[in-house]
Design a protein around this ligand. Structure first.
Ligand SMILES: [Zn+2]
Length: 463
């Protein structure tokens, strides 16, 4: 049940500053956050409007239900991009358009993994993104399990001709993802014929997690797949009992020629300094499993909502607020790179870039990277979000898609911080809308709307 009316009303009550309170505070000593006073009303209205309906969640549900996943090069992604353009125009956003980007076109095809000796068992698997395929008859080999790169290197000559499994339990993404990204080439360099990776995510109902690998130059490209933590544990137990296991991996994965795709852009043009821009956004492509609802349809929708809410409430900030739905984050980052190249001459006019790509669970605030002076301003603004408990400002913020521009233009950057079990469903068939709470999406939209609006409107530019 979406308890929108009562919550919205409560929020209006606690966010609006009663006149008696500001009067008494001013009579004591000037408050350092007095500059925020003109924004209290607008912030309360943005939050109230966001929480008054499950619009964000319904939009995300429509996206996933209608188009499904959105892998780069797929018809679904391009149809979804056209839909987003149409919807943004219906919302009344300005300067809505597509910006062309050539994207890699990797396709998974059919795939399977079996234990073939001493007995036959099917395993649950997902090929890693950008992997090469196998010959039609598959790649067979004896299984060799390692639990670290040290164990891999120690196995040395024993690796030759084997299928290597990196059985490394998930700790955090940054630590564990290296086995997916670089493990296949490190195994190939020692003569492995295929690589398997324990899913990069906490154990969850025998769910494999896909994701991109990076082949190293000068090393044979071997096919690589993720298997579930449950199957990894099983293989480990069997191997520990001294059982020699033979596996057969079949993958049709391959690259087709690069495809045409687009970044989607929509704006609320600034009323005084339209050339100065606050960018918010997420990546619109996804892996080819699930519906990419948390990664990153949700991030796209909540940042887009920020502009829709401003438009609906007739709030036109001093500077331009631009939403960008980047293409091809997952297996190429071509959208983020293309944005940097296209706007290279205007990056100095980018006041702030904010990306939401960590899921749309309960928002706690924002990560921020920028100067101390800018951090102090952002901290002040975040106090407007106390009513929805999204007022924390973390030590650093950024995102894959804004990264190239942020680096090239030395632009303050921000990410939406959330409290949720993102990596349980990340890159899996379970990344679907039902894991997302409509109220969390409404709160996330509200938080981004308030932050983007105030940064875009405040008299002095964020520096
Ligand atoms: Zn993502």
């Amino acid at each position: 049940m979406f308890r929108r009316v009562s919550l919205a009303f409560l929020l209006l009550l606690c966010l609006a500053t009663p006149s008696w309170q500001s009067a008494s505070a001013q009579s004591a000593a000037p408050r350092s956050d007095a500059w925020l006073d003109p924004y209290r009303d607008a912030s309360a209205r943005l939050v109230g409007e966001a929480l008054a309906s499950p619009h964000a969640w319904e939009r995300l549900a429509e996206l996933g239900d209608t188009f499904g996943h959105r892998l780069s090069g797929s018809r679904a992604l391009e149809d979804a991009i056209d839909w987003a353009v149409e919807q943004m125009k219906k919302d009344g956003l300005e300067n809505v358009h597509k910006e062309p980007v050539k994207v890699p076109h990797w396709v998974r095809g059919r795939e399977s993994l079996q234990i073939v000796a001493p007995r036959t068992h099917d395993l649950v698997m997902l090929g890693l993104g950008n992997s090469v395929g196998t010959p039609d008859e598959g790649v067979a080999g004896e299984l060799l399990i390692v639990r670290s790169f040290r164990e891999l290197d120690a196995a040395g000559p024993r690796i030759k001709g084997k299928i290597v499994l990196f059985n490394v339990p998930f700790t955090n993404y940054g630590e564990t993802v290296q086995f997916r990204a670089t493990g296949p080439s490190r195994a190939a360099a020692l003569g492995a014929v295929a690589a398997l990776v324990r899913a990069v995510g906490p154990p969850g109902l025998r769910t494999p997690h896909t994701g991109a690998l990076n082949y190293a130059e000068g090393v044979p490209k071997i096919p690589a797949a993720a298997i579930t933590s449950e199957d990894s544990d099983r293989l480990q137990r069997m191997s520990d009992r001294g059982t020699t296991l033979r596996l057969l991996l079949k993958m049709e994965a391959k690259f087709l020629p690069d495809a045409d795709s687009f970044n989607v852009v929509g704006e609320i043009r600034g009323r005084e300094r339209p050339d100065e821009v606050v960018v918010v956004g997420g990546h619109f492509d996804s892996w080819d499993v699930g519906t990419g609802s948390t990664d990153d349809g949700g991030g796209c929708v909540v940042t887009w909502e920020a502009l829709r809410l401003m438009k609906k409430l007739n709030l036109r900030p001093r500077r331009t607020v631009r939403v960008v739905l980047w293409t091809n984050e997952e297996n190429g980052l071509r959208g983020g790179n293309a944005y940097r190249d296209r706007y290279r001459d205007q990056l100095m006019n980018h006041v702030l870039m904010l990306e939401s790509d960590g899921g749309v669970f309960r928002p706690t605030g924002f990560g921020f990277s920028g100067s101390d002076a800018a951090r102090a301003k952002v901290r002040d603004i975040a106090t407007l979000l106390r009513g929805i408990q999204a007022d924390r400002i973390g030590a650093s913020g950024g995102g894959a898609d804004i990264g190239p521009s942020v680096q090239a233009g030395n632009i303050p950057s921000m990410s939406l911080d959330v409290d949720g079990n993102y990596f349980l469903i990340h890159h899996t068939p379970a990344d679907t809308i039902d894991k997302i709470d409509p109220m969390d999406m409404a709160r996330a939209s509200a938080a981004i709307a308030v932050m983007a609006y105030v940064v875009a409107d405040m008299p002095e530019r964020l520096k």
